[in-house]
Design a protein around this ligand. Structure first.
Ligand SMILES: NC(=O)c1ccc[n+]([C@@H]2O[C@H](COP(=O)([O-])OP(=O)(O)OC[C@H]3O[C@@H](n4cnc5c(N)ncnc54)[C@H](OP(=O)(O)O)[C@@H]3O)[C@@H](O)[C@H]2O)c1
Length: 243
């Protein structure tokens, strides 16, 4: 039986995907299983996961309108949505490479939020945090995580898929303050895809991973791959974060 680990599998899109994967051994993780805002907890989690993993889904995230700093000194949105994804992909690569057709599916903003840029000198936005700036930067950062993984492990059988599901009515408006909470909640109910519908193409990616080492999809449609030039620089940034 194939094993899928879904970080962020207790709610929203990750949970809907977990529900769809009949015939798989599903390891669905939420913050009660490990606090992915902590690098220490994330590393400990990696050591507890199965030795062979067919699919890793990176779906954990938590928006915040205020800048919150973790005990390890990281901005929390960045820690969960970028640093933990980096640690999980790299840390679980050996377990993935024991599977015949391994795949990493990273739910992110690829091909959607074009204005996102990395604030190289201050990625944790100490000098000017806003939810929008961090969200846009996070989207760009996830592009570079995928490009960097494919660059660093060119001979690996692991396929990395960056996937933007666009607007999904997952209940994420609960993280926002009013009046934004109501605006996003109503918009998601009117215009968002249901998590169950969003999960259908994601399950297909896991069932039949693409043949290319790196694929970028925006609601199932291919979008240009991230520019690899920044990926190595971003890897250095991730390495520096851990020191
Ligand atoms: N919804 C959209 O419109 C949309 C669009 C594009 C991309 N995405 C991306 O898709 C992913 C899933 O989004 P979603 O809307 O389904 O999110 P969601 O409903 O808010 O679910 C977030 C998941 O992350 C987990 N999580 C949050 N903080 C955590 C922590 N500190 N440690 C461990 N796990 C933690 C939650 O676990 P607990 O609840 O158990 O704590 C939950 O399972 C995110 O990366 C998001 O950026 C979403």
């Amino acid at each position: 039986m194939r094993t899928v680990v879904i970080a962020g599998g207790t709610r929203g899109i990750g949970r809907a995907l977990a529900d769809r994967l009949t015939g798989w051994n599903v390891v669905a993780l939420g913050s009660a299983d490990a606090d992915l805002s902590s690098m220490k907890d994330t590393r400990a989690l990696i050591g507890r996961l199965p030795e062979r993993i067919d699919a890793l889904v990176l779906s954990a995230g938590r928006f915040s309108s205020r800048r919150i700093v973790t005990g390890e000194g990281l901005e929390r949105t960045w820690a969960i949505g970028v640093v933990a994804k980096y640690l999980l992909a790299d840390g679980l690569r050996p377990a993935l490479e024991r599977a015949p057709r391994p795949v990493i599916l990273n739910l992110c903003g690829v091909g959607g939020i074009r204005a996102g840029r990395i604030h190289w000198d201050d990625p944790q936005l100490t000098g000017g945090y806003s939810l929008l700036t961090m969200t846009m930067q996070g989207a760009r950062a996830n592009d570079l995580l995928g490009a960097g993984f494919a660059q660093r492990y060119p001979g690996s059988p692991v396929r990395y898929v960056l996937y933007n599901p666009l607007f999904v009515n997952s209940g994420m408006h609960r993280y926002f303050d009013q009046p934004l909470r109501s605006v996003i909640g109503v918009s998601a109910a009117l215009f968002g895809t249901s998590p169950a519908k969003a999960a259908t193409p994601l399950a297909e990616v896991l069932e039949e991973p693409p043949s290319a080492p790196l694929t970028a999809l925006r609601r199932g449609r291919p979008v240009p791959l991230p520019d690899p030039a920044d990926a190595a620089r971003f890897y250095d940034l991730m390495q520096a974060t851990q020191k």
